[in-house]
Design a protein around this ligand. Structure first.
Ligand code: MD3
Ligand code: FE
Length: 206
């Protein structure tokens, strides 16, 4: 359903076998070089969700070809199949007209343990207004969707579960959003994941 203009939630978009496949791939991508890392924020803090990047390395607040704030290794390539998945996701959520002409070329994968959170922020480091595609695996989280102008209320709170798709396009592309809570032990048992994983697929416009 449409949470806000251009923000569409599609529960259970990924069937269980596809969730397992994607989780397995994420675990491979998380290995060094340029694997899972803790993101340091400019204020001297650290993000509680740890991250792996494909295609381009995100660091606060820009993109680089190597893991500049990790081991310095070249970032793993963006797999063609994630590009196909992104276009299919946008088509299902927003319609074929919303699929961008430019290729999807970045994946950011966030790993949340039971205590991890993500504060309210905007994703404004891409030079493209193409929709962002979000896929969730593992534990259910409380996802908080705000508005494009301020990080404050009004919010729309949505539970994101394993297999859910969320696409953020149009006026929602620059909206504030965050993850105030992960619900431990809520992952589908057959997935074999303690915690939550979120994959976002993006167009860099570079
Ligand atoms: C709304 N990730 O990677 S997914 C992020 O669950 C991020 O890991 C969260 O925020 C997570 O930047 C939230 C939902 C999401 C992702 C990207 C968006 C919402 C968005 C981009 C624009 C607007
Ligand atoms: Fe974000």
């Amino acid at each position: 359903g449409e949470t806000a203009p251009g923000a569409v939630h599609v529960p259970d978009w990924l069937e269980p076998a596809r969730q397992s496949e994607l989780l397995h791939a994420c675990r491979e991508w998380a290995r060094p070089p340029a694997g899972l890392r803790t993101v340091r924020t400019p204020g001297g803090g650290t993000m509680t969700a740890r991250q792996v990047c494909l295609g381009r390395h995100w660091y606060p607040y820009g993109y680089a070809p190597t893991a500049v704030d990790g081991d310095g290794a070249p970032v793993k390539p963006f797999p063609a199949r994630l590009g196909h998945l992104a276009r299919r996701a946008v088509t299902d959520a927003l319609g074929a007209e919303a699929v961008p002409a430019e290729p999807y070329d970045i994946a950011l994968i966030n790993f949340y343990d039971a205590d991890a959170r993500m504060g309210m922020h905007r994703d404004a480091d891409e030079r493209s207004d193409a929709p962002v595609v979000s896929l969730s695996l593992g534990d259910t989280c409380l996802f908080r969707f705000g508005n494009p102008r301020t990080r404050t209320r009004p919010y729309t709170d949505v539970e994101l579960r394993s297999g859910d798709l969320f696409v953020f396009g149009g006026p929602s592309r620059l909206a504030y959003h965050g993850v105030p809570k992960v619900h431990p032990g809520t992952a589908p048992p057959e997935l074999g994941l303690a915690g939550r994983l979120n994959i976002t697929l993006r167009v860099s416009g570079l």
